[in-house]
Design a protein around this ligand. Structure first.
Ligand code: 13P
Ligand code: SF4
Length: 300
């Protein structure tokens, strides 16, 4: 069976498999760690394995390589990119900075190594408020996600967050009217939302947090019904983990097509053939590591 073959190869090659919670759910059966971006980057920093198979999108595997340059890192399917991270390149970042001089720059982890190499500190959706707050400044630049940046601003007193106009096409499909309609349809259901959504969507929600924070909230709360305003993978896992509760995906098409590219077969193939290895230019990697390490330092 494919799953057993993967587990065998994983052992032989001293590999770990990290899986994001938007992945196809069967990947959890072979993964060592499943979670949000912050948890997975912390696990990439801690592991003693020689090989990391990152079942996620390209920037996640790249981040793992930057954190652990001596390890071999592989992405199961090279078509698994993040549309948001590709919305800003180095030239666009430099232009953004030149229009807003002498302001610290925070980049969402959903960004390329090049972009990270010229930003001051990185953040994920679970720690963005904490990271911006840790800078003790009245103004920050935030890229690439304008919606996460504005969410952070709404959570802090007296910090102006100037955002780059990037966004997640999957989360932006969720409209405020979808939340209103779902609340009417599923009476008494709690609405749990990812901060990449529209500001008005966040405002209408009971809780806003990263993928892992959403899952933790639903698991720990006594409420029985939840409307989930993020990618379908979170709903699939909650249904599996909490059979006594009900979970409703806010609408049918909230699927990140790139996250769904990785399959068990791809994982088997990269483990066996050692294809799809991730490499990062040494200079860029060193500078990007500073940006990531500053974040990990704040969140240890
Ligand atoms: P998390 O940091 O919540 O895992 O989110 C990553 C992501 O890409 C959300 O679209
Ligand atoms: Fe990128 Fe959006 Fe997919 Fe997350 S859901 S990986 S931000 S495109």
């Amino acid at each position: 069976m494919l799953k057993d073959d993967i587990l065998k190869l994983k052992k032989e090659k001293n590999a770990v498999i990290l899986g994001h919670c938007y992945q196809n759910i069967e990947i959890d059966e072979v993964a060592d760690f499943v979670g949000d971006s912050l948890y997975l980057s912390q696990m990439a920093a801690k592991t003693n394995a020689d090989v990391i198979i990152f079942a996620g999108v390209y920037f996640m595997a790249q981040t793992a390589k930057i954190i652990s340059p001596k390890k071999r890192v592989f992405l199961p399917n090279m078509n698994s990119g993040c549309l948001m991270s590709d919305m800003i390149n180095l030239e666009q970042l430099r232009e953004f900075k030149s229009q807003n001089k002498n302001i610290p720059v925070v980049c969402y982890v959903n960004s390329t190594a090049e972009v990270k190499s010229e930003c001051d500190i990185c953040c994920t959706s679970s720690n963005a408020v904490k990271i911006v707050n840790s800078l003790n400044t009245s103004e920050v630049l935030f890229c690439p996600d304008t919606y996460l940046g504005k969410w952070v601003e709404s959570q802090l007193d007296n910090v102006k967050v100037k955002t780059y106009p990037g966004f997640c096409p999957t989360h932006l499909r969720i409209k405020p009217e979808d939340i209103v309609a779902a609340k009417e349809k599923y009476d008494n259901a709690k609405v749990l939302t990812h901060p990449e959504c529209h500001k008005e969507v966040c405002k209408l929600s009971d809780f806003v947090g990263s993928t892992s924070q959403i899952m933790q909230y639903a698991k720990e709360n006594n409420d029985k019904k939840y409307i989930i305003a993020t990618e379908k993978g979170v709903v699939d896992r909650l249904k599996r983990d909490c059979p006594d509760k009900e979970f409703f995906l806010i609408k049918d098409n909230i699927v990140c097509p790139n996250m769904k590219q990785n399959t068990l077969e791809d994982i088997y193939n990269v483990l066996k053939n050692e294809t799809n290895e991730i490499f990062v230019d040494e200079n860029i990697s060193k500078k990007a590591l500073n940006c990531i390490n500053r974040m990990l330092e704040v969140c240890k």
